[in-house]
Design a protein around this ligand. Structure first.
Ligand code: ARG
Length: 462
């Protein structure tokens, strides 16, 4: 075995690693992405070792400076990652010893790659959760602006994708705001269980050195230290929880996307997505395809896949660390990348969306969307709701047979079905009357939409 190929763990081995096994077991190709967290974790570890007297101050200083130089090397693109050094941890450690000499070999005192990698992923995920929450806030701000601009805009509300009752577009946007807010809260909550320090667990049982885990936690900004070393090195439930929350967010975005795809079609013609969020067809010159929402909808699949991958990865694993865990990174990274990009694009797309008020209004006016208002009107005049339902049903039947809508009927025509109908019925049959009547918290009236926007802005500081 040449000196160069020697593994940090090579002592008990006589034969070199099979070349294919080396490539198969290496993770550096993807975990090098954790370099900054790995270095920060190592700096904190060395600082703690000096505090408790395991390293001298001078040794610690050399190690910390060496690590900082390596960070700069990597950021400058001046670092040759080696597959034979397996992962980000051993690559950096080997380089440290190369740079600072034998003292670099003392860094790994009292720790293992098992607690090191668990620490790195938690540092990584914590940072990404914060970025994601920022991104979601920006998206929510875009939703609030759009909802405010379109607080009075009337569109058909649907159930079963059939015209149900008129709603305001602002109210519809605020429904998305609420879903995204719950998603954001879920990530904030997942962060609490992510921000716990595994370091100190060492390989699995803890270490015989007099380490100060609380100090390491403080240096790295962790809220607490993991209570149990076996648990600390082996579980990845925080990553699964994050990915489950991610899957829910993508489910929401897929629904939103589905609406945007439908609404931007010629058949609905409710919204116009900005040209920069669509593409054309190479064969059909008239096409403007809603690629961004379609892709977000499609990408929900890969995030669900990542969740399934992580759950399956952890299923049935005995305690404590197993190499299986190395497979946690790619699904997690992919989930983070997909979420950040999708949320970012959504935010920009929402700021650019044009609403075709006329099409939406006309669509809301079709399909007897104020039929419930007529029933409520009859109830106010003393008719029991079930009877009112029947009267309206007969009126709608009459309209279908005569190819007209409810507000087009004469008073005499409506009175065929109930004598209590008077001239004031036309006020409730209008779309504006219908939405304004739903004037309670959670209702679609423009006044309520504005109040909801105000509360949301105050709550989120937007
Ligand atoms: N690359 C490994 C991972 O990602 C680091 C920990 C390896 N530990 C070990 N004893 N092989 O999980």
């Amino acid at each position: 075995m040449s000196e160069q190929d020697k593994k940090p763990w090579g002592g008990r081995f006589t034969a070199a690693t099979n070349e294919f096994v080396e490539t198969y077991t290496a993770s550096v190709g993807f975990d090098k992405r954790l370099y900054r967290h790995d270095i920060n974790g190592s700096i904190a570890h060395a600082t703690m070792l000096a505090k408790v007297g395991v390293l001298t101050e001078a040794e610690c200083k050399t190690i910390v400076n060496g690590l900082k130089d390596i960070l700069a090397d990597i950021e400058r693109g001046d670092f040759a990652w080696s597959v034979s050094l397996e992962d980000v941890h051993m690559n950096i450690e080997a380089r440290l010893t190369e740079r600072v000499g034998a003292v670099g070999k003392k860094l790994h005192t009292g720790r293992s790659r098992n607690d090191q990698v668990a620490t790195d992923i938690r540092l990584y995920l914590r940072e990404e959760i914060d970025a994601l929450c920022e991104g979601l806030l920006a998206m929510q701000a875009a939703l609030l602006n759009l909802a405010e601009r379109e607080a009075e805009t009337i569109m058909p509300g649907f159930t079963h994708l059939q015209t149900a009752q008129p709603v305001t577009f602002g109210h519809h946007m605020m429904a998305w705001f609420e879903m995204i807010e719950r998603d954001r809260q879920r990530f904030i909550d997942a962060r609490k269980r992510t921000n716990i320090l595994p370091l100190g667990a060492a390989a699995l049982a803890g270490t015989s050195y007099p380490i100060d885990r609380a100090y390491t936690a403080e240096l790295l900004g962790f809220d607490s230290v993991a209570e149990n070393s076996l648990d600390a090195v082996s579980d990845r439930d925080f990553a699964i929880e994050f990915t489950a929350d991610a899957a829910i967010l993508m489910m929401h975005l897929s629904r939103f996307s589905e609406e945007l795809v439908l609404w931007s079609s010629a058949q609905f013609n409710f919204v116009d997505l900005g040209d920069s969020f669509c593409t054309g067809s190479s064969i059909m010159p008239q096409k403007k395809n809603p690629d961004v929402p379609e892709l977000v909808r499609g990408k929900s699949g890969r995030v669900y896949g990542n969740l399934t991958a992580l759950l399956t990865l952890m299923k049935s694993q005995p305690l404590a660390y197993n190499k299986d865990n190395q497979e946690d990174k790619e699904p997690l990274f992919d989930t983070v990348d997909t979420l950040l990009a999708s949320v970012h694009l959504y935010t920009e797309m929402l700021a650019d969306i044009q609403v075709n008020k006329k099409s939406m209004y006309e669509a809301a006016a079709r399909g007897f969307s104020t039929a419930t208002d007529l029933a409520d009107y009859l109830v106010r005049k003393g008719v029991a709701f079930r009877d009112a339902h029947e009267v309206v049903g007969l009126s709608v039947r009459f309209c279908i047979d005569n190819n007209k809508d409810l507000p087009d009927c004469s008073l005499a025509e409506l009175q065929q079905f109930s004598k209590v109908i008077e001239d004031d019925v036309y006020a409730v049959l209008t779309l504006e009357g219908s939405v304004s009547a739903r004037n309670h918290i959670g209702g679609t009236a423009p006044e309520q939409v504005r109040a909801a926007i105000g509360r949301a802005r105050a709550r989120l500081g937007l």
